[in-house]
Design a protein around this ligand. Structure first.
Ligand SMILES: C[S@@+](CC[C@H](N)C(=O)[O-])C[C@H]1O[C@@H](n2cnc3c(N)ncnc32)[C@H](O)[C@@H]1O
Length: 252
């Protein structure tokens, strides 16, 4: 994939930075709140007093929550506009414009935990990104990475609802081939989305090839103690029955 694609990704996220803030607000969007954040916090463990990298932090809702839990957080994002909003909202936190593919500005930092919350499907260079997470100047030798990303097997943008519980998923390209996806804007978003499809096994291979071992794996879905947070029975049913994401806890 040519290097220009990183600029394309950066332009895209710069364009929709304020739309993104509308999407996640202070607490994360509905999918995070209902389905994946509990898994994220479970996989992260007690972050109090830990050095945590929020890799691809967006407008920083998770960095703020990590900091409230006592973590020393650095949030990095490729998009200057995302980081601009994050800094405006929390000037006391350490937010930096940086690509997760290199993380070269972090050579003087050491982290106990790297979190990439819905980021890996958005990076064009998967292997380089995982290598950067694993690298000694970033992650301590007993460090952990928690990565959550959109479920590659069930493309939400290619979903059709049938009668009753029937849901059909379709692919424009063969599942096993990596490809860039351009998806029409939805909801309040003002631009088409760009992301990068690869099969689940490619992610697993990238984690282990860089040296991580996969310690835990989940397909997050709503737990009964969060049912009351669903805005409707339809939203609850979707959270109970649909695979939106995958979550990995990786050990160095
Ligand atoms: C789906 S958003 C998730 C943001 C945040 N983690 C959250 O959960 O709200 C993906 C983020 O990844 C960032 N991103 C994409 N490619 C990146 C890269 N190569 N380096 C750093 N950030 C990147 C985007 O700018 C965007 O903020």
């Amino acid at each position: 994939m040519d290097e220009g694609v990183l600029e394309e990704v950066q332009d895209f996220w710069n364009r929709i930075a304020s739309d993104w803030q509308t999407q996640v607000g202070d607490d994360g969007d509905k999918n995070r709140l209902l389905n994946s954040d509990p898994v994220l916090w479970d996989f992260a463990g007690d972050v109090g007093g830990r050095d945590v990298l929020d890799a691809g932090c967006g407008t920083g809702y998770l960095s703020r929550k990590l900091s409230e839990c006592g973590a020393r957080v650095v949030g990095v994002d490729l998009s200057e506009n995302m980081i601009g909003i994050a800094k405006e909202m929390s000037p006391e936190l350490d937010f930096r414009v940086e690509s997760v593919t290199g993380l070269r500005s972090l050579e003087d930092d050491r982290f106990d935990l790297v979190i990439a919350n819905y980021v890996l499907m958005d990076v064009p260079f998967l292997e380089e990104t995982i290598d950067a997470f694993y690298r000694v100047p970033v992650l301590r030798s007993d460090g952990v990475a928690v990565v959550i990303f959109s479920h590659p097997c069930f493309p939400q943008g290619r979903r059709a609802e049938g009668p009753g519980r029937l849901v059909s998923y379709s692919w424009d390209e063969p599942y096993f081939e990596r490809h860039k996806v351009v998806e029409p804007a939805w909801g309040h978003f003002t631009s088409d989305f760009i992301w990068f499809h690869r099969p689940l096994s490619d992610y697993w291979r990238a984690f282990t090839a860089s040296g991580f071992s996969v310690e835990r794996f989940e397909e997050p879905r709503i737990a009964s103690d969060r049912y009351h947070l669903a805005a409707s029975s339809r939203e609850l049913e979707r959270s109970r029955t649909r695979p939106y994401s995958v979550a990995f806890r990786l050990m160095k």
